[in-house]
Design a protein around this ligand. Sequence first.
Ligand SMILES: C[S@@+](CC[C@H](N)C(=O)[O-])C[C@H]1O[C@@H](n2cnc3c(N)ncnc32)[C@H](O)[C@@H]1O
Length: 185
Amino acid sequence: MNVNRLVPDVIYTIAKGLSDYGKLNSYVELGVYKGRTFKRVAPIAKKSYAVDISDKYFKNFDNIKNAELIHGSTDEFLKSNISKKMKFDLIFIDANHKFENSFSEFCLSLQLINDNGLILLHDTYPASQEWISEDGDRKCGDTWKTALKIKNDYSDVCEIVTLPFYHGISIVRKINKTEQLDWMN
Ligand SMILES: C[S@@+](CC[C@H](N)C(=O)[O-])C[C@H]1O[C@@H](n2cnc3c(N)ncnc32)[C@H](O)[C@@H]1O
């Protein structure tokens, strides 16, 4: 079975939950490739951003309303939006799967995510040793280390759960330690 086949369904289901809760004004996908996930999620967000170093498949997304296609590196996109003081509700990190890259994308995303917004990371629980690689463009890279670092070092500002299937989908929610229900305030 191709374990990645169902990843768009999982990401879509999470996005749909946020949308039904009225909290999906903006969706960012870092690394979109052929758009299997982006094409599912973007139509239910008010505004979406597809970021990829390659624009080879951007023609696939031409007909999605309110979608911006950004041909460039994830770093450039995230840093420029920090400068513009932008905020997003859902960010899916799925570009280069080297620890250094995904961790840097996570740190930058944390500055851009709304309170109670979600950051998702793929490939954080490779099915076996053979799926781990030093090269972030192949297999799952070593992005699992990013999930571990978030769990150990960021528990003051976010909570994380890693679903151990489909090579791992981590769900990170930016939190305020003193409140659980955002509607209470
Ligand atoms: C695993 S694919 C993305 C799959 C897609 N998220 C999906 O669900 O179908 C990774 C993509 O990340 C892009 N990429 C890799 N490194 C990048 C970087 N530093 N900045 C922007 N895009 C990058 C690659 O060009 C590739 O299209």
